[in-house]
Design a protein around this ligand. Sequence first.
Ligand code: AMP
Ligand code: GLY
Length: 428
Amino acid sequence: MARRVLVVGSGGREHALLWSLSRSQEPLDLFVAPGNGGTGALARNMAVRAEDIDGIVALAREEAIDLVVVGPEAPLALGLVDRLQEAGIAAFGPTAAAARVESSKAFSKALMRDQGIPSASFGTFTEYASARDYLEAHPAPIVLKADGLAAGKGVLVCQTDAEAQDALRAIMVDRQFGEAGSRVVIEEYLTGQEVSVLAFADGRHVVPMVLAQDHKPAYDGDRGPNTGGMGCFAPAPLLDAALLQRVTTEVLQRALDGLEAMGCPYVGVLYAGLMVRDGDYKVLEFNCRFGDPETQVILPLLETDLLTIIDACLAGSLDSVAFKWSSRSAVCVVMASGGYPGSYERGLEIQGLERIPADKDLIVFHAGTRREGARVLTDGGRVLGLTALGDDLAAAMSRAYAATAAVRWPGAFYRRDIGTRNLAKGDR
Ligand code: AMP
Ligand code: GLY
């Protein structure tokens, strides 16, 4: 009987995970909770929210799920993997204790400091007065981070001292991010280019994936507010082989060793966000999961069976997997709702999806969409991820952008410069 695999989440990342799993050598019965307007073509959409831990565990039991693959950070931080393990169900992703690399900035910074992982200098504070004193001693530009998960919004990059003082008050006094603001990390402002290094981890061994570069600001030329990511390309040329080797041993392996020594071995995807400058780097953050949109360009370049890798991570035998990556390039252009990352309308009909040519080098990943009969409606900020492959980046870009031109709904927007950083040899 085919193994029954449940993917948890509803974004472009989860659509990409299902797409990759659906190409496995092994026939699989795929489920997704809750999924979106595109995932139904590959899996059964089950109406349980990703953060509903009891609901997901019950669903996995009822559907006799053999393996759960968790996409987003929130259920990981809430202990979904712990709960599934207790229920005897295999789950790919870190336990809540290991997920603290993302769910607590203070934990993450302490891990980096204790393991000698290069990162920005910092202080951690639970008292407003001492945090304010630290700001007085460390002039802007400076970065403030609310300790807990704040849906990607708890990081405030402050260019002036006044901005920093206001941000500190907003986090610690006004509790703009709720409980996440009971502790704050204040850290040195870093400049350079950001690159995402995602790696598979089995608790002891770690294998980096092809490098991806996200485009976080909403508008062309890196202007406008920060988003979850407006597009991505891979491979990103920012780290040469020597620097990637350093990152693997100095960042990924040290993090794994530290977590194992603390009694919370890390199994899943470990994502290190790096700032690279002048041939050197520092870690900005860890995430406890696949990135989005990074996954939408990384998995289409993975030629090894994703299921084989996940099985090896769970068995602690990642070192025995032969990894194969395509030598081609991938670009993902995110189409977003007008107003994102601020407020936006939902329920607008998406037109033109059928006009996108059938092409094996073009994949339409759905994110914030839902189906209503034959219609596909917008249902989130990031709506679609149009991913294209090409023999080089320019070919992938033109294929992805040709597809965006076919699709429309009122207010839709996307960046027109995804991938151009690489064409400019990484210089800004
Ligand atoms: P984080 O969630 O920690 O990655 O922060 C979100 C974004 O804020 C990062 O992708 C960077 O663009 C920016 N950021 C975070 N930390 C720093 C820092 N120390 N210096 C400059 N920018 C930062
Ligand atoms: N694209 C950034 C993230 O997944 O955190």
